[in-house]
Ligand binder design. Structure first.
Ligand SMILES: Cc1ncc(C[n+]2csc(CCOP(=O)(O)OP(=O)(O)O)c2C)c(N)n1
Ligand SMILES: [Mg+2]
Length: 293
């Protein structure tokens, strides 16, 4: 299938991806502060991946989230919703003033991602292991309609423990789904502790290769490397699904949070939110002074 070249829309076309990632992290911290705790470390860790997804790779119309020509971004890991809301606010799909409703009664931003509540949220995630199978269905449906859009599915390393993910992976290559781009956030953490202590998912790349996928593996906090991986995944002329394995650092960008060992569900003291925002702001100011993008 021929895919049209990517043309990411969103506001402020001249804003660098590094700046997008900074703003995504900032949104996540502001939402985290509303609840005082949450899946903050994941959001900070995956912010660069989301910046490249939403401001380089994906086609969408911020004011028309259900536009038929959009690339679909499926979040199977519902607890990462705070990360996706942060990106969608930056993209103009969600209004910034809803940020302070995060996790509240009647909010459109529940703590676990739900399609019925939130514009731009393609599926209801949360029960891990469902996303890749749903993505296969999306891909088959788009092909049947000759719709050239891509389907992206963001998975986590813990989600790979679910057998249904591997069933879907086999199905995707059986159906030669060249419109499917999986992204795995390998942050080496899960709810019960370090991922590899729970399930030995490595070597991950060769596993997907053996399942018939095109594989790339990058530092998921390296924006140029991510751009190259996303571009290659889209441009590949081969009848197979593609997976981008992203090695990320939990809580990336806020060293005192990076240092916390059990960071699956972070509790952050009231006075630490301002400190965390300050750390981000200072790092950004330093980068600007150095002339970094
Ligand atoms: C089928 C299923 N089993 C268990 C859970 C409970 N659960 C929620 S998040 C999570 C950890 C999953 O690993 P990962 O996403 O890698 O964790 P993180 O990187 O966010 O720390 C688990 C087991 C769930 N949501 N769904
Ligand atoms: Mg993890």
């Amino acid at each position: 299938m021929n895919h049209p070249s990517s043309a990411s829309p969103a506001r402020g076309a001249n804003v660098s991806l590094q700046e997008r990632a900074y703003r995504i992290r900032r949104n996540a911290l502001r939402m985290g502060e509303v609840q005082g705790q949450g899946y903050i470390a994941q959001a900070l860790g995956v912010a660069d991946v989301l910046a490249v997804s939403y401001f380089h790779a994906l086609k969408y119309r911020p004011n028309e989230p259900e536009w038929e020509g959009r690339d679909r971004f499926l979040l199977s890991i519902g607890h990462y919703a705070i990360a996706l809301y942060s990106a969608m606010i930056e993209a103009g799909i969600l209004p910034e003033n809803e940020l302070e409703t995060y996790g509240g009664d009647d909010s459109r931003l529940p703590m676990s991602g739900m399609a019925a509540y939130t514009p731009g949220m393609e599926i209801t995630g949360g029960s891990l292991g469902q996303g890749l199978g749903v993505a296969v269905g999306f891909c088959l449906g788009l092909k049947r309609k000759s719709n050239p859009a891509f389907v992206y599915n963001l998975l986590s390393d813990g989600e790979l423990d679910e057998g249904s993910t591997w069933e879907a992976a086999m199905s995707a290559s059986s159906h030669k789904l060249d419109n499917l781009i999986g992204i795995v956030d390998v942050n080496l953490m899960q709810a019960d502790g370090p991922s590899t202590s729970i399930s030995n998912f490595e070597p991950l790349g060769p596993k997907f290769e053996a399942f018939g996928w095109h594989v790339s593996r990058v530092d998921g906090n390296d924006i140029p490397a991510l751009i190259a991986a996303f571009d290659a995944a889209r441009a590949l002329q081969a009848p197979k699904p593609r997976i981008i394995i992203c090695d990320t650092k939990m809580a990336k960008g806020v060293p005192f949070l990076e240092a916390r060992e059990r960071n699956h569900f972070l509790r952050v003291e009231a006075d630490e939110w301002a400190k965390a925002l300050d750390v981000l702001d200072k790092a950004r100011a330093t980068a600007i002074i150095r002339g970094e993008p």
